[in-house]
Design a protein around this ligand. Sequence first.
Ligand SMILES: [Zn+2]
Ligand SMILES: [Zn+2]
Length: 275
Amino acid sequence: MTDLFQVKFWGTRGSIPVSGQEFDKYGGNTACIEVKCGSHHLLFDAGSGIREAGLAILDENIEKVDLFFSHCHYDHIIGLPMFKAIYYPSTEVTIWSGHLDGKMTTKDMIKKFISPPWFPVNMDICQATMRFRDFHPNETLEPYPGLNIKTFPLNHPGGAIGYRLQWNGRILALIYDIEHTPGKQDPIALEMMRDADLVVYDCTYNEDEMVRFKGFGHSTWQHGIELAKAAKAKRFALFHHAPSRTDNQLEKMEQDAQSSFSGAFAARDRQVVRL
Ligand SMILES: [Zn+2]
Ligand SMILES: [Zn+2]
């Protein structure tokens, strides 16, 4: 059991949730990734996918959850008020963030977001035991013995945090939202991916689209795979799909990515990957 290192994607879209039959296969929820390290239960981001993640947590009677934010753009926080675990007195939720780096605390970020007029009630309604942890980018976190989480500042408007988790000798790198400089291998992303068993990377665009969306803060699958190969990563998940990207287009993108790197796949909602 302590050996378990498992990722479950609850939301894989970027920008805004989408629905419709053209999105059935890969799903329409925005960013939320569940990571199980032995008996420890971690979530990364609170996009719309966290609603279902929360139902699963209550179903499994999990009482202790750590929620890490990459940053708090809407697609990464919009699901938080619908995360049922925060309303149950039996749950203990610890929320971590580092992208605001002293400009605002994690607690203030959440308090502002869960409050009128954006939401009918304020955070006093949360009955779970809520804890808040602030950190600085580049800090190494050890929320539990044996679980090492290195944090990295990513190139994204307003800042974002990338996480590199090490558990029982295996490595998971979460790298989104990030923009690369064309023709240059981002040294931070490269370091994060080094020998990783699974890389989850911002693949909002392809190289043709990237020209038009310079400065939007995102990257391409082609660039991600170039880095993954250089870093000798084993598997590569295309993540943060553009909201307009249909199943057919994502299938094609996945095939193109696989022909360039056999460990590549396009992440889909509810997909489980063991490391
Ligand atoms: Zn995003
Ligand atoms: Zn963002």
